[in-house]
Write a protein that binds this ligand. Structure first.
Ligand code: KIV
Length: 276
């Protein structure tokens, strides 16, 4: 408890421009969720590039069946906890369900996540016309945006469950168009979730902003996992796109370091974690 602060800076800070440079240089980006200061400090020590306070906290922390019950207050609270565990790692926080219902609410949410929570970037799901408008409005107010396309969990009821997206040709073309649209609206980063490997590769080649995959194949510019999934502590069946990095290792630190190394070497995700 009284040990030296874990978040003393030990490396160069990851920034929005440095993420773009990583894509240009072909250096894979390592992203992982965190919801509190202790786990954030573990990400920091392992050299994870980006910490995501995902609204997945509704499922893995709060025990809900979806991300929909998560409120802006919950997001601001958990983001502020994670911010205290980080120094060089870039902090991204999710706009929760309905915080993106219009530009004023989204600006208010973005301001709180950055101002009170300490996030450097906010993540928003989808590419509906009002979402594109929100991305531009946030970016104009100097809040960088991470877009999120594919199996966007806040659309669980629209999709009829957590289903892989972009399998049909028309849906794939639509996702490519959406990726171009969020980039044109001003997004700096793009999470691609639950789509076929070939589509993840195509979108990654199409846009100039970095793509971060979760169940989107090995060709994305980086990867993200929910920390509870990659530590094998999420109740129930492990998602296909995840891997238990704690299995055979004796600490959380070793598991996170192995994940980071496997992402950087392009070993994770392997074919068994991908969708065709
Ligand atoms: O909420 C979350 O953790 C996310 C990731 C799964 C990308 O959005």
């Amino acid at each position: 408890m009284y040990a030296q602060k874990a978040n003393a800076p030990t490396r160069k800070a990851v920034t929005v421009p440095s993420l773009r440079a990583m894509k240009a240089d072909g250096r894979r980006i390592v992203m992982l969720t965190a919801y509190d200061a202790s786990f954030a400090a573990q990400l920091e020590l392992a050299g994870v590039d980006v910490a995501l306070v995902g609204d997945s906290l509704g499922m893995v922390i709060q025990g809900h069946a979806s991300t929909l019950p998560v409120t802006l207050d919950h997001m601001v609270y958990h983001t502020s906890l994670v911010a205290r565990g980080l120094s060089a790692t870039l902090l991204v926080a999710d706009l929760p369900f309905m915080a993106d219902r219009d530009v004023p609410h989204a600006l208010e949410a973005g301001a709180r996540l950055v101002g009170e929570g300490g996030a450097a970037m906010v993540k928003i799901e989808g590419a509906a016309p009002h979402v594109l408008e929100i991305i531009t409005a946030l970016v104009e107010r100097v809040i960088p945006v991470c877009a999120h396309l594919g199996l966007t969990p806040q659309s669980v009821h629209k999709f009829g469950g957590f289903r892989i997206q972009g399998r049909e040709q028309e849906a794939a073309e639509q996702l490519v168009a959406q990726a171009k649209a969020v980039e044109a609206a001003g997004a700096s980063l793009l999470v691609l979730e639950g789509i076929p490997t070939a589509l993840g590769e195509r979108i990654t080649r199409t846009v100039s902003i970095p793509t971060i995959g979760i169940g989107a194949g090995p060709h994305c510019d980086g990867q993200v996992l929910v920390i509870h999934d990659m530590l094998g502590i999420t109740p129930g069946k492990r998602p296909k796109f995840s891997k238990d990095f704690l299995a055979g290792r004796d600490s959380v630190a070793a598991a996170i370091a192995a994940y980071a190394e496997d992402v950087r070497k392009g070993i994770f995700p392997a074919p068994e974690h991908c969708f065709d």
